[in-house]
Design a binder for this molecule. Structure first.
Ligand SMILES: [Zn+2]
Length: 92
């Protein structure tokens, strides 16, 4: 992760910590409340079930409560894919 010293929204100094409801350390601005999400690559998908699109409702800021497509950082998606593959292999 690149080092970030100042908030790109208001210019105040930022601190690195895990925001409430999250599990990853982020740069957080206490002056304006902005949480700076920095991921190398984000992947998403639009799953379909019985002719309808499946959406997710965000459980954390920013945009808490808004609908979105399922997405994750590339590293998280790859880790989940490997875990799913391992679980399938064990069932066989
Ligand atoms: Zn700020």
């Amino acid at each position: 992760m690149r080092i970030m010293n100042f908030c790109s929204q208001c210019g105040a100094r930022v601190a690195q910590r895990i925001p409430a409801g999250d599990n990853v350390a982020r740069y957080v601005c206490d002056a304006c409340g902005t949480i700076h999400y920095r991921t190398e690559l984000v992947v998403g998908c639009v799953p379909e079930h019985e002719g309808a699109i499946v959406l997710c409702r965000r459980a954390i800021e920013p945009r808490h409560g808004f609908w979105t497509v399922r997405q994750a950082s590339w590293r998280t998606a790859r880790r989940c894919s490997r875990r799913r593959h391992a679980n399938r292999s064990r069932r066989r």
